[in-house]
Structure formats: structure tokens, C-alpha cells
Design a protein around this ligand. Structure first.
Ligand code: PEP
Ligand code: MG
Length: 851
């Protein structure tokens, strides 16, 4: 090796001093943190850092001069080696402790701590070395029973037999082998995949630190522990940690836990054993670290002859709710800026605060898995029909509605249920969309479970049977279905949450509205500070019991007169719906989409429903059945729906327009004038917009005339067919706004049924065909290209056109990033995703500001 190269390599083995050239991207987070502690003058044992480059070369077989590393430490001390990846959350190989332990050290240690404890420590080291470094058969070493010198002799004998050489006595050999094994472990495939799953890049490097062990074995008070000043679950101020004084520590030594390096478990033996003076010193150090390292830290310490040593410091483990509260407090204490606080909370984690969740510490008896379609968790008794769900709610018993899939008829059952579980469907299936709107935990597409609805039986993936009335839990955050009732933690919309969100809003530069169909949705949207309603799916208003019958009469009407009569019954109900929405939204924009789904979705599909309808219409069941069948379509999602209904059955849109305008006048009497936005779904041709717009303008003129009062409204188009994107130029000339319906647009761009994709999506994602479910995360390449074309052409056709998206992607942080970069004015998403969207949008703006 050329001399210059060797010199560089030597420089990559660096003693950690206040001025040593150490950084997280070259030596890892642990090394950098230790340097910060050294700079704060904390009593950190002597430590040497090996850079990513050095460790990489070690893995490739080029060992640095290990004797030079040893020369950094006093002769005869024991050492430990620990991983130091760039981001501590990426993990790394396990630490190896007590390097340097050999026959000579054993004799010395026996004098200071007794032969028993010294034997335990040596035995433990040989075992760890044999299994993790020499990679000998773990069974042989784990089975060694007994204690003291007998066990030690046995372990040394086993080592010699298995390794065909005596246990290495030279600390340099031990250290070199430890470094090699840790460097190689990092480069293994499993380790790489694991850290990549935690967000590490493919080429993430590993640094290592070699530290003198402060064993806590002196004559005065001695022991070891961990300490932090906040609770990791709640983020509230609470001193937690544990301490093993040597009286306990000796036991630990004897049982082989010689290292005295604790797991990072804040529970466990209490801190009461600590001498008050040492305790005060430790608290002072942690507080100092909080201020100077600008984060809540956990320290690992030992006490030796009453002297405190700080071995390590890491950011405390934080649940999302703790992360938020910690960030707010750090900013309030002037330690970090508000912007930085906003950046410190992961947007997706926020949804955990908005819903009840399964306690992360609780046992999980998982019986099935599906798509995590609507976050939060709920426990209840199994019911297999909507009517049972309602009966259960009436009895005050929480229930889980289990269906093959849900349809509009199940909406009332969903309202009554605590959670929903379906066999079929994906992120945009009926159950998923309604579930998110209601804030109802929902797992869909759990196809590996058995849904034997006729037998009122749910089969777990492992074959266990669950009957109606049995208790299960649906975890819509993870997609798991669990037996029984695990412990829950409640939603946390406290002061810290509101303060934090106000800081986020101050940074945000893209609007966030909510998709809300009902007064309850609208109220949730307001509570979560949505800036209006971006999509009100009016068809959801027709599922109530008192509406479905006139709706069906309207669908069955033979002539325009009968249809008008049925619509006249629906009109006041729609008007009342809109008045309520306008009142709740108090002058904020409300975008109402006219009727979208195929009409036959409102017709019954089972025998009992057909009989009820025949009775209501006073027709023979056979007639009704025939008519229902005749309305069936081969491909309803591409059939008579959306604006096509507006063209073919114009009376429906006219009724809806009238209801909107009359409600506008009514609600404007009380407060700020309402300017409704009316949106046409599934447009593919400019002429569709022209025709419908002419009719709606005529209704507006008629209402103004009748009431003698003026009002404004705007008319827009949902861009959810590829053709509408391509023809956005001419369409925008007839529209005040365009809203990309990314659910249908994804469906049509891929030719992928949004209701059936759940069946094979997991195969596609697992095999890497799609990086992600495109109904979940916007496909920026394909669907995104159509959106960019639509944005560009839409603006070309009408410079003042407002642009938004209202598909489910509106609540997904990555999709929001795309929308922002595409120049979209606002995104609209389910009410419960509004806070996530607000935070994600704020973080994007901050990233741009700080470069
Ligand atoms: C869409 O298609 O993206 C959309 C918002 O409408 P829906 O989901 O009601 O079809
Ligand atoms: Mg749509």
C-alpha cells in the first residue's frame, strides 16, 4: 500500500477530542454525539472513532494498525466497540464489551472484585466472542451451565475444541477480530435490507467507536444505569431510567451480565439507589445536553468510586405524541426555532395522535392482515350485517362490522360500528373512503382470512374460528386484525398539538381543504382547521333511510313527471343538507360535486331489499327484479355515471343546483355571503361542460328571479379521465376551477380497477412492479405526467383557473409534495388526514426556505 494511503487510513482512526475532525456523515451519529459530550466537558471515557471508510476497508480485509488503536488507551484496560451509523435509528451490529479480558486480566480483576465476579465476566466475554466474533456454534456456548471458575474452565475448553485453537489472549487479536466481525455484519444482505427499511440509503456507512470501559467496580459507590428527563410515550417531563448499584450489579456480574451496559429500557430497577449527589450531577448533565445538543437525550452512565462517567448519549426514544410535545417544549424554551420544531415530527406519525391506538407495548394476537385503510384502532364484537351493527349500537355495545365489501347500503351500519373489516377492496374502496371520512378504523382486502358470512364465521389466517359476538380488534393503522381487546391509548389533541399545528400553518404555502359529505365530517374538518370543503360527494347524502326510497322512486320513474315528483321530495332534504354544511363552514368555500355514481348502486341487491322496494313502489317483485337487472352494467365505473347522468337525466343535476342555490340564499341571510362551488364529475369532453353549465345557469337565473335576490357561484370540473387532462385547455375555458380526481384518474390511467386492485396489489408491491400502491401514493411518473399536462393546459386555457386535487392522495405527504411542485393551489383530503396534510405541506415549505 502506498504510504500516503496508509497515512490517510491512520487518520481515519481518530481519538475523540473537542477539535478532532469528526462528523456524523463520516464517523456516524454516536461518534459525533460523543464528541459533543467531550466538548461539554462531560466525563466521557477515552474513545477512538473509526470512520466509515476505515470500517469499509476492514470489511474488505484491510485492517488498520490495531496496536496503534490500543496505544491510545492505558495498558490493561478493557475496551468496548460500538456501532456508529449516520442515523442512530438505522441500528448496527451489537456492541462487544470487555475486549482485553484474558487470563492475566482475570487474575487482576479477581483481586479487585473477587474470583466469582471475575469468572462471570470472563466467561461472558468468551461466550459472546465465540458466538458473535468467531461465529462458533451458539448452542454449545449457551448451554454451558454452572458458574464461577468451573464454568470459565468449561467455556475456555469448549472454545479450544470448537475453534481448534486456544482462546486468543492478545488484546490486539481480540480487537482486530471484533472490528472485522462488526464491519462484515454491516455489509451483510439482511442487515442492509433492515436498515433500508428504516430509511437508510443503499450505501449507508458504518463507523465504529472503541471506548475504554468504565466498569463501575471501584471501592466507593459504584454501578451503572440510564437516565432521561422525559417520558418516552407522552413527552411529559418525568425523570425515568434505571440504575444498578454494585450490590445488585454484583449479582448481575455473577449471572453473567458483566458489561454493566444497560439495555435502553427506561423501566426497570429504580434510580432511588443513586446517591443524591451523583443523581444531581447526572440530571444536570442531561439538562445541559438538552440545551446544547438541542434534543431530549438519554444518557448511559457508570459510577465508579462515586465518580460519574458518561458512556453514551442518544436521543430519547419517542412516540409520535412524545415527539410533538418535546419539539414544542424545546421551541418554547428557546432551544430550537419553531421551524425546527415543525420539522421534527413525522407527518404520518401525527395520525396516531388523532385516533385511539393500540398501546405499542401491548401483546398482539394477530389473526389476519389487510390494507390499512383508515387509521386508529377499535375493539368490539363481531357483527356480519349493518342491521346487526345498528342493533348492537342501540344496545350500547361496540361492534366490528365484518363484510365481504361494503356498499352504500352499509353506510348506516358503518356509522354504528366501531370499526370495519372487509375481505375485498383497496385504499379507495367504498369501505376505505367512508371509513376515513368517519374517522372509523378500517382494514380492507383481508383476503387471507376466511369470510364465511352465511355461517356467521370469520376464520383467522391460522384457521382459528371467530363467531358473531366474539371480540376482535381492528387496527387500521397497521392493517392488522387481532383477537381480543389489547390495551389502547387515547387520541391526544391537547394544547401542544394545537400550538404545534399553528406553527406549521404559519409556514405552509399550499391550501388544505377536507373532503366532507356530512355535517359530522364538516365539523371534523373545522376542528382540524381545514380551509374549506374541497369535495362534498352528494350521493352520500342519499343513503339515509328516509331518502333511499324517494331516490329509488326517482330511478324507477317511467316518465319525466314521475321523476319530477320524486325529485321534488328530495329537493328540501338536499337543501337542508347544504344549509347545514354552509352554516358549519361559516363562509369558507364549499365545493359540492353533483351526483356521480351509477344510479343502480342505489338499488337493492338482495331478495329482502327487492321485496321492500316492490312494496314501496306497489309493484310485483318480478317487475322490480327485472328492472333492477336491466339497469345493471358490464362495467359500471365506466358506464352511466358522473356528468353522463347530467346529460342523460338532466333533472337530477337541476334539482341539486336548485337545492344549492336556495341553501346559499338561506345561509347567506345569517352570516357571510356563501359562494358555493359546483363541480361536475367524470368529464371527458368540453361539450359536456357547456351543456350542463347552460342548464345550471338557467336554474340560477330562475332562483334569482323567484327570490328577487342575487348570489354568486362558481362552476368547476373534476379532471379524472385522461382525456380531460389532455383537453384541459378547452375545458378550463368553461370552468372557474379544475379539481383532479386522482382516484379515478389513477384507475383509468393504469386501467386498474380501484375496487379490485386490493386482491393483487400486495403481489405487485412485494415483487417491485409498483413501488407503492398507486391508489395510496400518487404515481408521479404516469398519473403525475397527466396532471402536469392538465395543469399546464388548464392554465393556458384560463389563466385564472383554480387548481386542486381531491382524490385520496390529497392526504399523503409524498403526493402533496408532487402537487406543490406541479403548482396546484390546494389539496383536499379526508377530514382526519387534514392535520397530516397541513404538517407535510409546512415541512415542504420550510425545506424550500432553508434550502
Ligand atoms: C376521485 O375519483 O379521485 C374522486 C375524488 O372521486 P370519487 O372517489 O368519489 O370517485
Ligand atoms: Mg371520481
Amino acid at each position: 500500500m502506498p504510504d500516503t494511503l496508509r497515512q490517510n487510513q491512520d487518520r481515519d482512526v481518530t481519538l475523540i477530542t473537542p477539535t478532532a475532525p469528526i462528523s456524523a456523515p463520516t464517523h456516524g451519529g454516536r461518534a459525533k454525539c460523543l464528541q459533543r459530550l467531550v466538548r461539554l466537558d462531560l466525563p466521557v471515557p477515552r474513545t477512538v472513532a473509526l470512520s466509515f471508510g476505515t470500517v469499509h476497508r476492514i470489511a474488505a480485509g484491510e485492517m488498520p494498525d490495531v496496536r496503534k488503536i490500543l496505544a491510545q488507551f492505558p495498558v490493561g484496560v478493557l475496551l468496548c466497540v460500538r456501532p456508529s451509523s449516520e442515523d442512530p435509528d438505522w441500528g448496527g451490529p451489537g456492541s462487544v464489551l470487555n475486549i482485553g479480558m484474558n487470563d492475566a486480566a482475570f487474575v487482576d480483576l479477581s483481586d479487585s472484585i473477587g474470583a466469582e465476579a471475575a469468572s462471570a465476566l470472563y466467561t461472558r466475554f468468551v461466550q459472546a466472542y465465540a458466538i458473535h466474533v468467531a461465529r462458533l456454534d451458539p448452542d454449545v456456548f449457551e448451554e454451558i451451565a454452572g458458574s464461577g471458575q468451573e464454568a470459565l474452565s468449561e467455556v475456555l475448553r469448549c472454545y479450544e475444541e470448537e475453534a481448534e485453537e486456544p482462546f486468543p489472549q492478545d488484546p490486539a487479536v481480540q480487537l482486530a477480530e471484533v472490528l472485522r466481525s462488526m464491519a462484515r455484519a454491516w455489509e451483510g444482505t439482511t442487515a442492509r435490507l433492515l436498515r433500508q427499511a428504516k430509511g437508510a440509503p443503499v450505501d449507508a456507512g458504518l463507523g465504529l467507536i472503541v471506548q475504554e470501559m468504565a466498569l463501575g467496580l471501584g471501592l466507593g459507590e459504584r454501578g451503572s444505569g440510564v437516565l432521561q428527563l422525559v417520558n418516552s410515550d407522552t413527552g411529559l417531563r418525568q425523570i425515568t431510567g434505571r440504575y444498578l448499584s454494585q450490590s445488585q450489579g454484583r449479582e448481575a456480574l455473577e449471572s453473567g451480565e458483566a458489561a454493566l451496559y444497560m439495555e435502553r429500557d427506561p423501566r426497570g430497577p429504580s434510580l432511588e439507589e443513586l446517591e443524591p449527589e451523583a443523581f444531581e450531577t447526572l440530571k444536570h448533565y442531561v439538562a445541559l445536553m438538552r440545551e446544547k445538543l438541542r434534543a431530549e437525550m438519554q444518557i448511559e452512565f457508570t459510577i465508579e468510586n462515586g465518580r460519574v462517567h458518561i458512556l453514551d448519549g442518544v436521543r430519547v426514544k419517542r412516540s409520535p405524541r412524545a415527539a410533538l410535545r418535546i419539539a414544542v417544549r424545546l421551541a418554547e424554551d428557546g432551544i430550537i426555532s419553531r421551524q425546527e420544531a415543525v420539522m421534527r415530527v413525522e407527518p404520518r406519525g401525527l395520525s396516531e395522535l388523532l385516533h385511539r391506538q393500540i398501546d405499542p407495548e401491548a401483546e398482539r394476537d394477530v389473526i389476519g392482515r389487510g390494507v390499512a385503510a383508515s387509521p386508529g384502532a377499535a375493539t368490539g364484537r363481531i357483527v356480519f350485517s349493518s342491521s346487526e351493527a345498528q342493533a348492537s349500537a342501540a344496545r350500547g355495545e361496540p361492534c366490528i362490522l365484518v363484510r365481504r365489501e361494503t356498499s352504500p347500503e352499509d353506510v348506516r351500519g358503518m356509522h354504528a360500528a366501531a370499526a370495519v373489516l372487509t375481505e375485498r377492496g383497496g385504499m379507495t374502496s367504498h369501505a376505505a373512503v367512508i371509513g376515513r371520512g368517519l374517522g372509523l378504523p378500517c382494514v380492507v382486502g383481508a383476503a387471507r382470512m376466511g369470510f364465511r358470512l352465511h355461517d356467521k364465521l370469520l376464520l383467522a389466517e391460522d384457521g382459528r374460528r371467530f363467531r358473531e359476538g366474539d371480540t376482535i380488534t381492528v387496527d387500521g393503522t397497521s392493517g392488522q386484525v387481532l383477537a381480543g381487546a389489547p390495551r389502547m391509548i387515547e387520541a391526544a389533541l391537547d394544547d401542544a398539538f394545537h400550538i404545534f399545528m399553528s406553527w406549521a400553518d404559519a409556514e405552509r404555502d399550499i391550501g388544505i381543504r377536507a373532503n366532507a359529505d356530512t355535517p359530522a365530517d364538516a365539523t371534523t374538518a373545522r376542528n382540524f382547521a381545514a380551509q374549506g370543503i374541497g369535495l362534498c360527494r352528494t350521493e352520500h347524502m342519499f343513503f339515509e333511510a328516509d331518502r333511499i326510497t324517494p331516490m329509488r322512486e326517482m330511478i324507477f320513474a317511467d316518465c319525466p313527471k314521475d321523476r319530477e315528483a320524486a325529485l321534488a321530495r328530495l329537493l328540501p332534504m338536499q337543501r337542508a343538507d347544504f344549509i347545514e354544511l354552509f352554516r358549519i363552514m361559516e363562509g369558507m368555500p364549499v365545493c359540492i360535486r353533483l351526483f356521480d355514481p351509477p344510479l343502480h348502486e342505489f338499488l337493492p341487491s338482495d331478495r329482502a331489499g327487492l321485496r321492500d322496494l316492490a312494496e314501496a313502489l306497489d309493484l310485483p317483485v318480478s317487475d322490480v327484479t327485472r328492472r333492477v337487472e336491466s339497469m345493471g352494467e358490464y362495467n359500471p365505473m365506466l358506464g352511466m355515471r358522473g356528468v353522463r347522468l347530467g346529460i342523460a337525466v338532466p333533472e337530477i343535476y337541476e334539482m341539486q343546483a336548485r337545492a344549492i342555490f336556495e341553501a346559499t340564499l338561506e345561509a347567506s341571510k345569517e352570516g357571510a355571503p356563501v359562494v358555493p362551488e359546483i363541480m361536475l364529475p367524470l368529464v371527458s369532453a368540453c361539450r359536456e361542460v357547456e351543456l350542463v353549465r347552460t342548464r345550471i345557469d338557467a336554474v340560477a337565473a330562475a332562483v334569482r328571479n323567484e327570490r328577487g335576490r342575487e348570489f354568486d357561484y362558481s362552476l368547476g370540473v373534476m379532471v379524472e379521465t385522461p382525456r380531460a387532462c389532455l383537453r384541459a385547455d378547452e375545458i378550463a375555458q368553461h370552468a372557474h376551477f379544475l379539481s383532479f380526481g386522482t382516484n379515478d384518474l389513477t384507475q383509468m390511467t393504469y386501467g386498474l380497477s380501484r375496487d379490485d386492485a386490493g386482491r393483487f396489489m400486495s403481489h405487485y408491491v412485494q415483487q417491485g412492479v409498483f413501488a407503492e400502491d398507486p391508489f395510496h401514493r400518487l404515481d408521479a411518473d404516469g398519473v403525475g405526467e397527466l396532471i402536469r399536462i392538465g395543469v399546464e393546459r388548464g392554465r393556458r386555457g384560463n389563466g385564472g383557473v383554480m387548481l386542486s386535487i381531491c382524490g385520496e392522495h390529497g392526504g399523503d405527504p409524498d403526493s402533496i409534495a408532487f402537487c406543490r411542485s406541479a403548482g396546484i393551489d390546494y389539496v383536499s383530503c379526508s377530514p382526519f388526514r387534514v392535520p397530516v396534510a397541513r404538517l407535510a405541506a409546512a415541512q415542504l415549505a420550510i425545506k424550500d426556505k432553508i434550502g
